[in-house]
Design a binder for this molecule. Sequence first.
Ligand SMILES: Cc1cc2nc3c(=O)[nH]c(=O)nc-3n(C[C@H](O)[C@H](O)[C@H](O)COP(=O)(O)O)c2cc1C
Length: 168
Amino acid sequence: MSSLVIYFSRSGENYFGGELKNIEKGNTEVIAEYIQEFDGADLFKVEPAVEYPADYMQCIDVAKKEQQADARPEIKETLDSIDDYDTVYIGFPNWWGTLPMPMFTQLEQLDFSGKVVKAFVTHEGSGFGSSEKDLKKLCEGAEIKKGLSIPGAKVYDSKEAVKAWLNE
Ligand SMILES: Cc1cc2nc3c(=O)[nH]c(=O)nc-3n(C[C@H](O)[C@H](O)[C@H](O)COP(=O)(O)O)c2cc1C
């Protein structure tokens, strides 16, 4: 059984329970790396061709506009196939209630028939929001298992929770 983590994560300025902080590694990436450590999963990071602003407020604005336009922002590298994997973990920050638009760009390219999908989200209070509904469409044909939702400020305290979820 081989597994893959497809994830998006943004470093730079972010908001942590009322405070703006600069982080070198995005919250979702921390969880992706735990999955790699525990499950031996390969990692694929979805990166926008044009980086989002490091400035939090500017980023919020760009992301909102992209979502309103239902945009499919170009990505640096596209994964063409997941044929080699049985289980695909899909990780992302909650951006305005769902996945960041570059994840739509990537996931729409893939054939999920017969795959097991386990999604994880990091957030500042909204959990999965409406992303589970979007994931059903994006991963048509997959068996979608119970997801894992972690507050962004708690990722470094979540190793055991990740381990337990992987064993579910
Ligand atoms: C553009 C943008 C939109 C966001 N929208 C939401 C939101 O609607 N609900 C929420 O709980 N958190 C929201 N957040 C907070 C992020 O989901 C949270 O900080 C997450 O852990 C960031 O993950 P990352 O460091 O891997 O990018 C937003 C953050 C950004 C930058």
